[in-house]
Design a protein around this ligand. Structure first.
Ligand SMILES: [Zn+2]
Length: 241
C-alpha cells in the first residue's frame, strides 16, 4: 500500500493524540476533490488544516492528511482517540467504484493491524450527520478481505479424444494403403475379405490394401491413425477432401 506524503502549511499547533482506539470513516461530500482542496476548506473553517488523517481518492490513491499521531478535526467529540479517513465522492447519491473500495479496505486493514484495534465507525455513528452517505460501502471496506482483480476464467479448449484432426471424408494418397485392426503398425493388417463392400471395390488386387484415390470416411483419430468403416489407416497417407 502506498501512502502519498504531503506537506501542508498548518494554521496553528497540532497536538499529539494520546490514544488510538478507533477509525472513523467519512465522505468528502464532493464528487471530485483533492487533499489540497480539503485542506483549504478546513482552513476556511478556522481549523489548523485538513482534519482527516487520510484521504482516499476515486482512483485508489491514498493521501496523507494530518500527521497520523496528532488529534484530527473530523468528528466532534470523538477526535481525541480516533483516526479519520475521508473518501472522495458524495455517497448519498454516488456509488463507490471497486478501486476506491479496495484502497479503503487496504488502508483500514493496515491501520487496524498497526494499532491493534478493530473498531471502525461511520461519522454518523458519533455525530448528527448523514456522513459518509447511505450508499457508502461500509461493510465491504471494513469487513471484507482485500479483493484483487477478478481472474478471467480461461476458455476451456475442447480437447478431442482423437489426435486433433478433423473427422470427415479423406482420400488415400498412397498407392496401396494397409488397413489395420487398430491404430498402429503393431495391429495386424486386414485381409481383403475383412473390408467393407465398398472397401473391397477399392482393393482390386485383393491384397487388403486400399488404392490411391479411395475416399474414406474418418470417424475418429487416435495417435495419427484414422478409424474408417473398413478399419484403421495411417494418417500419413490421407488427405482431407
Ligand atoms: Zn464526516
Amino acid at each position: 500500500m502506498n501512502i502519498i506524503e504531503k506537506t501542508y502549511k498548518w494554521n496553528g499547533k497540532l497536538s499529539n493524540r494520546k490514544s488510538t482506539n478507533r477509525i472513523i470513516l467519512h465522505h468528502a461530500e464532493s464528487k471530485s476533490c483533492t487533499a489540497d482542496d480539503i485542506h483549504s476548506w478546513h482552513l476556511e473553517n478556522g481549523w489548523a488544516g485538513i482534519g482527516y488523517h487520510f484521504f482516499v481518492r476515486k482512483d485508489g490513491s491514498i493521501y496523507r492528511g494530518r500527521p497520523e499521531g496528532v488529534v484530527g478535526s473530523h468528528a466532534k467529540g470523538s477526535n481525541s482517540d480516533s483516526i479519520g479517513i475521508c473518501f472522495e465522492g458524495s455517497y448519498m447519491t454516488e456509488t463507490m467504484n471497486q478501486t476506491q473500495i479496495n484502497a479503503g479496505r487496504e488502508l483500514v486493514t493496515y491501520l487496524k493491524n498497526k494499532y491493534g484495534i478493530s473498531k471502525v465507525q461511520k461519522h454518523k455513528d458519533v455525530c448528527s450527520t448523514n456522513c459518509p452517505g447511505t450508499n457508502f460501502p461500509f461493510n465491504e471496506i471494513v469487513n471484507g478481505t482485500v479483493a484483487t482483480a477478478p481472474t478471467p476464467t480461461p476458455t476451456p479448449v475442447a480437447k478431442p479424444a482423437t489426435s486433433g484432426k478433423a473427422t470427415g471424408t479423406y482420400e488415400v494418397t498412397a498407392s496401396d494403403l494397409s488397413v489395420r485392426t487398430g491404430p498402429g503398425t503393431n495391429y495386424r493388417r486386414k485381409r481383403h475379405d475383412e473390408l467393407t463392400a465398398d472397401g473391397k471395390k477399392h482393393d482390386k488386387d485383393k491384397d487388403g490394401c486400399l488404392e490411391r484415390g479411395t475416399r474414406v470416411t474418418v470417424y475418429e483419430w487416435k495417435n495419427g491413425w484414422a478409424r474408417t468403416p473398413s478399419g484403421w489407416l495411417s494418417g500419413d497417407y490421407l488427405r482431407k477432401v
